[in-house]
Design a protein around this ligand. Structure first.
Ligand code: ZN
Length: 677
């Protein structure tokens, strides 16, 4: 195949050359025969058969925790964006308002000498604010001003807006668990030696950071202990990721007075007034028990220890925008220790990420204009339609679901909104001041700008056109509250979506991704929301029980797979994704058969059409992962490791068994077939 040869030479070239700005996205086909290990037996280890040579030929780059087809595509998109940003950063060029915004942000981020010269100076005003806090009672006012300037819920708790679980048409306020410096509450509660070692290294990192802002070694060590004590108390009161999969566990609609009653030591009136929300009505207090712990800490921890906690979070949140010694120390713990990465992300890549994070829909416009064709949109919309039709037929013929529940499942399926490529209306960044010589200020102002937009939604109807992902992102998602599926332009690029390829690998790869999002509407979490996105039980008790039995089949199957050492998949956490993987592949297969019903499909490269569908499927997931990253993902990632996202799926599909003539006792044949859809 000609296309394949071109791709191969290009691939070798890319691998051998250093990263550079790209004028064009490179092409790798969505079925890549040289990446296979044809010596492996597909019925023994299908992932090895499909990805064996990919794994050998694609060692993990030193700045990455894992390397995968998705990761490579993300990296290529980043290099392409780099090219766009370099052009946009030229002050002499004729630039549109959008190009000036993203170009100046990028230029400021790349100006390392200026950043280096400032050292810790940009942190001074915030440290001054912390020093001025005279009483624990003043924490409310302090957090109200600081929360909007920091991403996520790093400071004591998280506060923002969310769609009301009970009324999907409205946005309400949400106060959630947070306040931790480690990636998950489990890091604080596990008692094994490895977890203790990570906690010790974390405390050392906190100590180092505090020394970088001028504390003595002794002071910093003592302060790190205070930080650990407060964070451990908050972590212990936080729900686990598995508990949070049940939406009823994280939905507690209250008024301000009720929340005030849980936390008498925190002045919510002051917090909300200062946040510009004096008339806040309903608040979803996701975890009331967490806020009880916040109260316990506020009432008992002396002010100096709180200030130590605040200083740590001040430097932690701002470290990436400061001089190299802060960036290096931050890297050493979060990337090297936690993920096993050996080299820092190159500056250009980090700056591309910041532009994408802070001005994503401005940068996205430039990306989409150059990469996303009307033809790709048309074809993927059609593919989605066929896969939804397959889901409809599957629901109609299910033998374990009653007519009543089927009716509601179909109603929900028909209500799903498909968003493909990019939003219909672009977000407007006017009002956000970007200065060419102030990276630190830009990052903080952009965060505050986004926070203002987020809080501004409270008390208003939901905007159903909004996207939760920027266009260059290589990913897709389903939102149970919006009841929509979203495929960004970034994920609809080769080798994932490959317009040069025929339908077999196409449906196996992108088709399975589209298919994957549909069962999310009815996985262990999604099934609790109705067609409109309201948290409402629409299942008969018998059908709910039948579903759970089938979900348990999947949980039991995946619980047997080892991630690393003696750590098995936490299948209570991954069940939703595993169900989506199994169901999505089947839907894509059925849709592919429908799309090609009139065609006379022939073998290619010695593989039958059915075999090519499955190889196309497996090759989206080819990857290598560092042991540290596997360990961290086992705690935080709701997806199973890539190998099992393929082998775990095909073992449940008789279509696969038939395609590769696997015997009934082959390892890739699940004796107890798990099937929901
Ligand atoms: Zn998913």
């Amino acid at each position: 195949m000609r296309g394949l040869l071109i791709a191969l030479s290009l691939f070798a070239f890319v691998a051998a050359s250093p990263e550079r700005p790209l004028k064009q996205l490179p092409y790798t086909p969505s079925l890549d025969v040289p990446s296979m290990d044809k010596g492996a037996d597909p019925c023994v280890d299908f992932y090895q058969f499909s990805c064996g040579n990919w794994m050998v030929n694609n060692p993990i780059p030193s700045d990455q925790a894992r390397w995968s087809v998705y990761g490579k595509t993300t990296n290529e998109n980043a290099q392409f964006l780099w090219g766009i940003l370099e052009e946009a950063a030229d002050p002499k060029a004729k630039r549109t308002a959008v190009q000036k915004e993203i170009g100046d942000y990028f230029a400021a981020c790349m100006d390392e000498p200026a950043i280096e010269q400032l050292g810790a100076k940009p942190l001074k005003p915030l440290l001054g604010e912390i020093a001025a806090v005279e009483d624990v009672k003043q924490l409310a006012a302090f957090l109200a001003s600081e929360h909007p300037r920091t991403f996520g819920g790093g400071w004591v708790f998280g506060f923002g807006s969310d769609q009301d679980f009970g009324d999907a048409t409205q946005v309400i306020a949400e106060a959630g668990a947070g306040g931790l410096g480690l990636p998950d509450r489990d890091y604080y509660t596990r008692t094994d030696a490895k977890s203790q070692e990570i906690r010790d290294k974390y405390a050392a990192h906190v100590t180092n950071m505090l020394q970088l802002i001028g504390e003595s070694a002794e002071e910093a060590k003592r302060d790190a202990q205070s930080v650990m004590a407060i964070e451990t108390a908050l972590a212990k009161a936080s729900l686990t990721r598995v508990e949070r999969r049940d939406p009823y566990n994280i939905y507690h609609r209250m008024n301000v007075a009720e929340l005030q009653k849980i936390t008498p030591s925190f002045d919510w009136t002051s917090y909300l007034t200062k946040s510009g929300l004096p008339k806040t009505g309903a608040i979803n207090v996701t975890q009331p028990k967490f806020f009880e712990a916040v109260e316990g800490q506020l009432a008992s921890v002396p002010l100096p220890q709180w200030k130590a906690y605040l200083r740590w979070h001040a430097v932690h949140a701002r470290a990436p925008y400061l001089s190299s010694k802060f960036v290096q120390e931050d890297f050493d713990f979060y990337r090297r220790t936690l993920r096993g990465v050996t080299a820092m992300t190159p500056r250009w890549k980090q700056c591309v990420r910041y532009v994408d994070r802070d001005l994503g829909e401005a940068l996205g416009q430039e990306f989409v204009r150059r990469t996303f064709t009307a033809d790709t949109k048309k074809k993927t919309v059609e593919m989605t339609r066929l896969i939804e039709k397959a889901m409809e037929n599957e629901i109609r013929t299910l033998d374990w679901m009653s007519a009543e529940t089927k009716g509601r499942a179909l109603e929900k399926l028909h209500a799903i909104v498909n968003k493909v490529g990019y939003p219909e209306r672009w977000r407007d960044y006017r009002g956000l001041e970007i200065r060419r010589n102030d990276f630190f200020g830009n990052a903080i102002r952009a965060t505050a700008f986004e926070s203002k937009r987020d809080l501004g939604k409270i008390g208003r109807p939901v905007d159903r056109g909004e996207w939760g992902m920027t266009p260059p992102t290589v990913n897709a998602y389903y939102s149970p509250q919006m009841n929509d599926i979203n495929f960004s332009a970034g994920v609809l690029q080769p080798p994932l979506y490959d317009p040069k390829m025929d339908d077999a690998p196409h449906y196996g790869n992108t088709g399975s991704t589209i298919g994957h999002e549909l069962p999310h509407a009815s996985d262990d979490e999604g099934r609790q929301f109705d067609a409109k996105g309201n948290l409402k039980d629409w299942w008969t008790p018998g059908d709910a029980k039948a579903f759970e039995e089938r979900a348990n089949c999947v949980r039991d199957q995946y619980a047997q797979y080892t991630v690393i050492d003696d750590i098995r998949i936490n299948s209570k956490l991954t069940a939703g994704e595993d169900i989506a993987d199994i169901g999505g592949t089947l839907l894509a297969y059925i849709a592919w058969k429908e799309a090609t019903a009139d065609e006379d499909l022939k073998p290619v490269d010695g593989f039958t059409p059915d075999q090519r569908f499955f190889i196309g499927l497996a090759q989206w997931a080819c990857s290598n992962t560092r042991p540290e990253d596997l360990r961290a993902n086992a705690i935080t990632d709701p997806h199973s490791p890539p190998k099992y996202r393929i082998n775990g799926v095909v073992t449940n599909l008789p279509q696969f068994q038939k395609a590769f003539h696997c015997g009934d006792d082959a390892p890739m044949v699940n004796r107890k077939e798990c099937r929901i859809w």
